[in-house]
Design a protein around this ligand. Structure first.
Ligand SMILES: CC(C)(COP(=O)(O)OP(=O)(O)OC[C@H]1O[C@@H](n2cnc3c(N)ncnc32)[C@H](O)[C@@H]1OP(=O)(O)O)[C@@H](O)C(=O)NCCC(=O)NCCS
Length: 171
């Protein structure tokens, strides 16, 4: 089975375990997805479970990247419930397993996220990136543009505050 991205709205225990393992491995390899390394299951599991609560509620959807049926990465597409903001979504926790980074799968994942977002009626997407990681360049290549920064919003270590870069893309 080729590389694919599919929307997931029901997450069983087996998939939850794969998502948790991926997130831990990505973070411990230096990825900027809500933590700084090192992390353990105890750090990541509560944050994953909050994300999955949003998916179960029907508000959010998981975009699952698979290669030959095996989980290779994921992202969360988070919706807004307010009546004035139903036309846009937020992308969170974008990640490709470190064993598969640099092969074009991140691009495939984000193109899949865009398809899922269009199917849910979103007209544009918003996400944030941690300055100093270079990841904003990944998003710019995919059509996102920077619309602002919150200076020093992310404290990765004492005396090491990073800007949070806000990026948007029209679908
Ligand atoms: C960011 C991430 C999802 C990219 O996935 P990937 O599979 O490694 O990226 P791809 O191979 O699809 O790269 C697509 C393009 O983006 C570029 N790119 C990827 N990561 C980049 C980075 N960190 N800095 C600059 N450019 C980058 C690639 O060179 C490639 O460019 P091209 O289109 O000119 O060939 C992945 O590296 C990852 O999971 N990182 C750790 C988690 C993380 O930090 N997520 C971001 C949360 S905001």
């Amino acid at each position: 089975m080729p590389v694919a991205v599919r929307p997931v709205t029901a997450v069983d225990d087996a998939l939850r375990a794969e998502l948790l393992a991926c997130w831990i491995d990505v973070t411990n390899a230096g990825g900027a997805v809500g933590f700084v390394p090192p992390v353990t299951r105890d750090d990541v599991a509560p944050v994953l479970d909050r994300l999955l609560d949003g998916v179960r509620s029907g508000r959010d959807v998981l975009c699952l990247l698979t290669d030959d049926g095996r989980t290779a990465g994921f992202a969360a597409l988070v919706g807004l419930t307010g009546p004035l903001r139903r036309h846009w979504g937020t992308v969170l926790r974008v990640q490709v397993h470190p064993s598969r980074q640099g092969e074009g799968l991140g691009r495939v994942l984000m193109e899949g996220v865009h398809e899922v977002a269009r199917s849910r009626g979103y007209e544009f997407l918003h996400l944030t990136a941690r300055d100093g990681t270079g990841v904003d360049a990944f998003y710019r290549r995919l059509g996102y543009r920077e619309v602002g920064r919150v200076p020093g919003a992310i404290r990765v270590a004492p005396a090491d505050d990073r800007d949070e870069i806000a990026l948007v893309r029209t679908l």
